[in-house]
Design a binder for this molecule. Sequence first.
Ligand code: FAD
Length: 415
Amino acid sequence: MSGIALVVVGAGAAGFRCAEAYRRAGGSGRVLLIGDEPELPYDRPELSKSILKGSNAHTSAYLTTAAELAELDVEFLSDARVTHLLPAERAVRVRRAGQESTVSAEGAIVLATGGRARTPPIPGVRLPRVRTLRTMADALSLRSALSGNPRVVVVGAGFIGTEIAAVARAGCDEVTVVDVVDRPLPALPPPVSAALRRLHERAGVRFRLGTSVAELHGTAAVESVELSDGEKLPADLVLIGVGLVPGDELARSAGLACDDGILVGDRFETSAPNIYAVGDVARPRSGFLGMSARHEHWRGAHDGGAALGRFLVTGEQPVSVPPWFWTEQFDAVIHAAGEPRPGDELVVRGDPDADAFTVFTRRGGVWTGVVGVDRPLEVRVAQPILGRDWPLEDALASTETDLRRALRAWTSAGA
Ligand code: FAD
């Protein structure tokens, strides 16, 4: 194949948004979007939400249609795996239906390869009915495995593990979450973890925290989970939700700078000319608050992909936005923006023992994060404080203060 302006490897949210934005910004030439799944690009957050809950309309998860791709004039290769990146030739090797071909880009190559669910090296982890959740195929098969009231053990108390536990509890009597950490969502402030735990325990989910999994036992399929403290939990289904391994193999074997993901600058550029990386696989050398942290969040994939697509056409410097994510747990939604870290100073707005409140985090006098339990508006309104040292603790802490009004003066002064 020749004469291709833009080659995008990986047809998830970041890859699709990049190709789409490139076209909508007026990018010319052929655009090729290559994905190794059989599906049209889809939104992974739906997997642990509407799809797992039983929505048959997987269409709710799709980001586009074949007709829209045709209208955008984006050529989409599904079921096609890029096996090699050839930076010197500005090309990739693609395997599809047993055939290998080389695809060269006249303009840019974008790596939007996301990652795969991490599988810890626990004895028995390959037994049948031990699952992870990353793809549409995983979600559909997990959904059917959840029918019939299995005893479920979820390994991992992060946001995917706890979301799965919440959905599983709707149809299963016994759901237990196990993690070596001492609280769920350990990256978020302790009052948020406590609220999440209350929500789960009220619904009947059990936690075994501060203990790791020693071994999974079973013959034809998993039957029990042995913890490092010796306890054995009976299990008909085990879900592993312990994070992501970034899909940076292509980049690493081509000699691009990688370190827990593909290292990128503020224009998503990698260490090789004309090769960019975006989404879950990319790790900024210097991101929000100058930190080099890789995020596995929807907003980074969507907004980052779109910003890169536009940049490739217009040369406009992509605007850096703080990390942001949400998670749905039973009827509650938690939103988090910024980089809250363990040990940050906390300012709580509302009653942390109630089901809705907001926590602001500060480090070295600078606001680092805002996390709301069922407080989406406050999280949105408060984002201008992130990265600032505005002395707002009293206004933030008092539910009597109109947050929007309190921030307006500072926002215009600080802009
Ligand atoms: P991906 O979505 O992983 O897409 C990468 C694509 O590239 C994949 O299709 C992959 O198969 C393909 N690929 C990889 N290597 C190759 C290759 N060599 N050749 C061809 N194709 C390749 N975030 C939130 O903020 N809130 C949520 O509530 C939330 N819920 C989530 C629930 C689940 C179950 C999961 C799995 C994720 C969730 N996320 C959530 C995270 C969010 O979905 C991700 O951040 C986002 O999907 C990342 O998009 P991406 O395009 O970078 O990577």
